[in-house]
Design a binder for this molecule. Structure first.
Ligand SMILES: *Cc1c(COP(=O)(O)O)cnc(C)c1O
Length: 394
């Protein structure tokens, strides 16, 4: 089969819900990815932040393989050994509380919405999110997503959701009513363009929520699991949420989502109030355990922080040279390059030269390499991107 043949099958049989790049990856390891024609790519956006350890990390592969041989699925009316262990691991790395497992980011967000509403009963149900946020595509997650373009055509949105300007405490203050039960924030907006929340803002939000007994929920689906150089991004700010959600790289590539709730709310959901058939399966949880193990044993947080400094330094040098680069921002290995020109063209040219990166919001390049990325891989990436930048201005 050729790429064109696969595209033809898609045209006939797969719903056209994505704008796809004509690439059929068939094999990958670490930062490298091969397609159907044995073309090799350097992947600086592995799995849309899902493959946070890089592709097919050996610890994940062997954990999943071992688990497959024992038992694949266990329903949640029994106890799942790996789920218990992964919940403990997440809590040991965050704060006292409990975890609910599901299968994706949107489902984790939905779980957080239900937790917030259960907490707010009987009078409070409103949840406030941020403009330019992204929380997923199911209806409640979509209602929280503060970008009209995703909601258009699917109205009416469910009731009880509104969004306010990101990093504007006054806007949040005036949006809160007697019906508000929670505020949800990405500590760094990913899809919104790598917008880092100011520490003072998060501190002010925390204070505001505490004063009115409103839950503060962080969406760490993209920022979690070491992406920013700490295991969870909130740890950079010293602002502890009441609950947070995880997905993407938690399973090292295997689908998994999680709602992590602190002491105050971890027993709000009672038997029968929420469930997920596949949630916290032995396969997904053994993958999650392997991810934590790899981060710890391979010093990946330290590597992410070190390589972040190196990469940001080099990108800032490029900024001096190319005046269409407006800003380099982010934390750890979650890096945005804001351009004053269209980003798609840059992404396409990088693709032609064997480098995979992403562009969001039209003009912000998004770079999120594996936490274990090596200096020589960064240098190779920089060489390609610089070549592309210099081609573009010609
Ligand atoms: C990707 C993402 C989601 C949605 O996750 P899905 O698994 O696609 O449902 C939600 N929030 C954030 C911050 C994300 O990056």
């Amino acid at each position: 089969m050729k790429t064109e043949d696969v595209i033809e099958l898609y045209d006939k049989y797969v719903m056209q819900t994505y704008a796809r790049i004509p690439l059929v990856p068939v094999k990958a390891k670490g930062m490298k990815l091969k397609d159907l024609h044995q073309r090799e790519f350097l992947d600086f956006f592995p799995g849309w932040a899902v493959s946070g350890l890089g592709h097919c990390h050996p610890k994940v592969v062997s954990a999943v393989r071992n688990q497959l041989k024992k038992i694949i699925h266990i329903p949640n009316n029994y106890y799942i050994l790996q789920q218990a262990k992964l919940a403990k691991e997440i809590i040991d790395n965050s704060f006292e509380g409990k975890v609910f497992f599901c299968n994706s980011g949107a489902e984790a967000v939905e779980s957080a919405v239900k937790l917030a509403r259960a907490f707010g009963r009987p009078n409070r149900f409103e949840i406030i999110s941020m403009e330019k946020s992204f929380h997923g595509r199911t209806l409640a997650a979509l209602a929280l997503t503060g970008q009209k373009k995703y909601q258009e055509g699917f109205e009416p949105m469910p009731e009880g959701f509104k969004s306010v300007e990101f990093a504007n405490i006054e806007a949040l203050k005036s949006a809160i009513t007697s019906k508000t039960c929670a505020v949800i924030i990405e500590p760094i907006q990913g899809e919104g363009g790598i917008n880092v929340a100011p520490k003072e803002y998060l501190e002010a939000v925390r204070k505001l929520c505490d004063g009115k007994n409103i839950l503060l929920i962080f969406d760490e689906i993209q920022t979690g699991m070491g992406r920013t150089g700490k295991i969870f991004c909130y740890q950079h700010f010293g602002v502890v949420p009441d609950a947070f959600v995880l997905a993407k790289s938690l399973g090292g590539g295997i689908p998994i989502g999680a709602l992590v709730a602190g002491k105050k709310v971890c027993d709000v959901l009672k038997p029968g109030m929420h469930a997920s058939t596949f949630g916290g399966s032995p396969i997904a949880c053994s993958a999650g355990l392997a991810v934590f193990k790899a981060i710890r044993e391979e010093n990946l947080l330290q590597n992410a922080a070190e390589k972040s400094r190196y990469l940001a330094g080099k990108l800032n040098q490029l900024k001096q040279k190319y005046n269409f680069i407006k800003e380099i921002r982010g934390l750890g290995l979650m890096i945005g390059i804001e351009l004053s020109i269209e980003g798609k063209k840059i992404v396409d040219l990088c693709f032609e030269r064997g480098l995979l990166i992403n562009c969001t919001q039209g003009n912000i390049l998004r770079i999120m390499p594996a936490l274990g990325v090596k200096k020589k891989e960064i240098d190779k990436m920089l060489a390609i991107i610089e070549k592309v930048f210099s081609d573009v201005i010609k």
